[in-house]
Design a protein around this ligand. Structure first.
Ligand SMILES: C[S@+](CC[C@H](N)C(=O)[O-])C[C@H]1O[C@@H](n2cnc3c(N)ncnc32)[C@H](O)[C@@H]1O
Length: 330
């Protein structure tokens, strides 16, 4: 941990692949063995603390956040002083051996609380973009990098996208109904944040203490259908991955006062009850500041992260804040 505190804001990388073998849609990247996954994570400087899988994907809780492996997609999210972008080179190597080619890359992050503690290539957004430009293959020719405008300078969204387009694969299949929602929260209510400190040190494991926190805080009620894999760190900190069919969700909490942070991320559909979900998340953390981003695939196969939200998400966030306004005097 940095002398001043732990960097909660995650770096997030989403890579999509395509290939000619129909088997890639059933197993694909999930064929990468655990040793190779560990090799990728070694480059990033984090480890696996817990793992589960269902018939659609594998979910790993990491010492610093989470990894999701689908047949043609990988999402890796890491916090602290990890070097996330160093995973790309290794991932491309393993994917290549499975006959898979990268067709899109999305890298996002918020504003670091402790930017000066970040190692290369995360020393600045400029360095990150240069590193990405140099690492991703040239078939990803549509590239964009931007820091999206924000009312709060401490919650600026940094985005890099790169997409492939070819005549032979004009329509790489994406599910246009599914979007990703990420909520980043700082200045958590200190009383609620205390719930993410381990109480009984004796006889509990990271798994059992994690399960206790999931129930005590109501995280299990956000999506009651999700199978949850949770973990509590020592002396504090919490991570969970949820699996609901092919949809994932993930929560990470840094509860220490002075640099408290929590994030919630899920894959959702426009038919979901976003209001309910947002209300639940806000009630669990009562953050002083929060930002929400949604990302979805447009018909032209470009991954499009939006800080300007779909109206239903804006309405839900505002409803959640109004509801909490009366309860939280901060
Ligand atoms: C890994 S978790 C969740 C990360 C998530 N991105 C976040 O910041 O909310 C981070 C929390 O666990 C605590 N922690 C305790 N041991 C840790 C370890 N070995 N690695 C990472 N975090 C640890 C940190 O102090 C912090 O409160």
């Amino acid at each position: 941990m940095d002398v001043s505190g732990f960097e909660g804001f995650e770096k997030r990388l989403e890579l999509h692949f395509f290939g000619d073998d129909p088997e890639i849609f059933t197993l694909g990247l999930r064929k990468i063995d655990f040793e190779s996954i560990q090799q990728v994570l070694e480059a990033v400087q984090c480890t696996v603390v817990s793992a589960v899988g269902n018939s659609y994907f594998d979910a790993y809780v990491l010492s610093e956040s989470s990894l999701f492996v689908y047949p043609t997609k990988i999402i890796i999210k890491t916090c602290g002083t990890t070097q996330l972008l160093k995973s790309i080179h290794h991932m491309l190597h393993f994917a290549h051996h499975l006959g898979l080619t990268l067709c899109s890359c999305l890298y996002t992050r918020g504003s670091f609380i402790f930017p000066k503690s970040q190692p290369f290539p995360h020393t600045s957004f400029k360095d990150e973009v240069t590193y990405l430009e140099d690492t991703i293959p040239s078939n990803l020719c549509h590239r964009k990098a931007s820091i999206m405008p924000s009312k709060s300078s401490s919650h600026s969204w940094h985005v890099f996208t790169a997409n492939h387009y070819s005549v032979s694969h004009p329509h790489i299949p994406y599910d246009n109904d599914i979007f990703t929602m990420e909520i980043c929260m700082t200045e958590l209510d200190p009383i609620l944040a205390r719930k993410f400190f381990r109480r009984n040190r004796d006889g509990t494991t990271g798994d059992s203490a994690g399960k206790e926190m999931t129930e005590l805080t109501g995280i299990n009620e956000i999506n009651p259908n999700a199978v949850i894999c949770d973990y509590a760190f020592e002396p504090c900190g919490y991570s969970m991955n949820g699996m609901d069919g092919e949809r994932y969700s993930t929560i990470h909490v840094t509860p220490e006062d002075g640099f408290s942070y929590a994030s919630f991320e899920c894959a959702g559909s426009f038919n979901d009850d976003i209001v309910h979900m947002l209300m639940k998340v806000v009630q669990i953390f009562r953050p002083g500041t929060m930002s929400i981003s949604t990302t979805w695939n447009e018909c032209n196969n470009e991954i499009s992260p939006e800080k300007c939200l779909k109206p239903e998400v804006v309405a839900a966030a505002e409803a959640a804040k109004v509801e909490e306004g009366g309860k939280n005097d901060r």
